[in-house]
Design a protein around this ligand. Structure first.
Ligand code: SF4
Length: 351
C-alpha cells in the first residue's frame, strides 16, 4: 500500500489529467451557488440535479432573489426532486443569510454547519469549495474508495465506523482541499463505482487492497447496527432426593446443539415464579414451589438470551421428557454446557 501522501498526490494527478466529469457547479467559487448545488445533490444523483440547478440559478441568480421568492413558486421549481423538507430549509436559510448575514454567506465551518439543512458533508463541501477551508468531504463515493483501497472492513454505518472514515479522510487531505475533495468524489462516481468499478483504468490498481484480495464486491461493509432478537429462557434446576440434577441435551436446529441444559421453558417475556408454574404445569392446581435464584444475559450474533434460573426440589410434580438424564453434582463438569449455564453454575457453586 502506498503512503497517504502518495495516495493524495496520485488522486490529484488523475484529477488533473484524466477526470473528464463535467458538472455545471464544478470550479464554482460563489458560495451561494455551491450551497444551492449541494442542497439539490442531497439524496439525488448529479445527472438528475443538473436541470434543476440551472433552472434555480436562472430564476434566482443571487441569494437575495431566492430569499425574496414566493414559497409556492420555489416549491414548484423543486417539484420532482422529493424530500420537500430540503426545499423548506433552503428557503429558511436563504432568508436567514439575507437578514442575519446581510446576504454574505458565512465563511467559517461552524457557522456553515449551523445552517438549517446543512449536515457535515454539505458543510465540508461548502467550506472547502467556496472558502478553501481544510475540511474533507465524506460521502458514499469517498467511503467506497477508501474502504476498497485501504481494505477497511469496518462498517460505514456504525458510529465508530463513521468516525474512523471521517478521520482517515481528513488525514489524507492535502493543502488543496477543494481540488482533492472534488477529485475523490469524481473518482468514486466515475472509476471506483459501486458496481463494476473500472479497475483497469485505475491508477491505484497495483496497491488497492480490495483489488489484490478479490474483495471489491464486499467493500464497503454497510452492515447496520445489529438489531438482536431477545429470547427469554426460564431454566428450572431440578434436584431429586439423591441430590442429582436433571439435564437435557439440545438436539434441535436452534442455538446450542448438543449442549446440555437444565429443564427449559422459552417465552416471549420474563415470567414470575407463579406464571412459570402455570406455564409448565397447567393441569395441576397446586403451584410449584419455584425459587428464583438468578439471571444471566448472553449476546449472540443475532439474538440476546435472557436466562432466568429457578430451583425446584423434584418430587414428580412435572412430566419430564424421556431423553433427560439425572447427573450427580460432582459429574456436572463432564457435560458440555452453553456459556450462560457455565456462568450460572460457577456463580451458584454448582461447579
Ligand atoms: S483498483 Fe478498482 S476497487 Fe481498487 S480503488 Fe481502483 S477502481 Fe476501486
Amino acid at each position: 500500500m502506498i503512503s497517504k501522501k502518495l495516495f493524495s498526490s496520485k488522486l490529484l494527478s488523475w484529477h488533473r489529467s484524466e477526470n473528464y466529469r463535467i458538472l455545471p457547479w464544478k470550479k464554482e467559487t460563489d458560495p451561494y451557488k455551491i450551497w444551492l448545488s449541494e442542497i439539490l445533490l442531497q439524496q439525488t444523483r448529479a445527472a438528475q440535479v443538473i436541470p434543476y440547478y440551472l433552472n434555480f440559478i436562472g430564476n434566482y441568480p443571487t441569494i437575495f432573489h431566492l430569499a425574496k421568492a414566493n414559497d409556492e413558486e420555489v416549491f414548484r421549481l423543486w417539484q420532482g426532486l422529493g424530500y420537500y423538507n430540503r426545499c423548506k430549509n433552503m428557503l429558511l436559510t436563504a432568508r436567514l443569510i439575507c437578514t442575519h448575514y446581510n446576504g454574505q454567506f458565512p465563511s467559517n465551518h461552524e457557522e456553515i454547519l449551523a445552517l438549517k439543512g446543512v449536515g457535515k458533508y454539505t458543510a465540508a463541501a461548502i467550506a472547502s469549495f467556496a472558502f478553501g477551508l481544510h475540511f474533507a468531504v465524506v460521502d458514499g463515493n469517498v467511503t467506497r474508495v477508501l474502504a476498497r483501497y485501504f481494505g477497511i472492513t469496518e462498517s460505514i454505518s456504525s458510529a465508530l465506523g463513521k468516525k474512523n472514515f471521517a478521520d482517515l479522510a481528513q488525514s489524507l487531505l492535502p493543502k488543496n482541499s477543494a481540488d482533492y475533495n472534488q477529485a475523490i468524489m469524481d473518482f468514486g462516481a466515475e472509476i471506483c463505482t459501486p458496481v463494476a468499478p473500472k479497475c483497469t483504468y485505475c491508477p491505484f490498481q497495483a496497491d488497492c487492497v480490495a483489488h489484490q484480495t478479490g474483495t471489491i464486491n464486499l467493500l464497503p461493509v454497510k452492515e447496520k447496527n445489529k438489531v438482536r432478537k431477545t429470547r427469554y429462557f426460564h431454566f428450572v434446576i431440578l434436584k431429586n432426593e439423591e441430590g442429582n440434577l436433571w439435564l437435557q441435551e439440545r438436539t434441535s436446529k436452534d442455538i446450542w446443539p448438543h449442549l446440555f441444559v437444565p429443564y427449559l421453558l422459552e417465552t416471549n417475556k420474563t415470567l414470575t415464579p407463579s406464571e412459570l408454574s402455570k406455564s409448565i404445569n397447567p393441569s395441576k392446581r397446586k403451584t410449584l414451589n419455584l425459587q428464583f435464584i438468578g439471571s444471566e444475559k448472553q449476546l449472540l450474533t443475532h439474538q440476546q438470551i435472557i436466562s432466568h434460573f429457578f430451583r425446584l426440589n423434584f418430587k414428580n410434580q412435572l412430566t419430564l421428557p424421556p431423553e433427560g438424564v439425572w447427573v450427580k453434582k460432582e459429574n456436572l463438569r463432564n457435560y458440555p454446557f452453553p456459556k450462560t449455564i457455565i456462568s450460572f453454575f460457577e456463580k451458584s457453586l454448582y461447579f
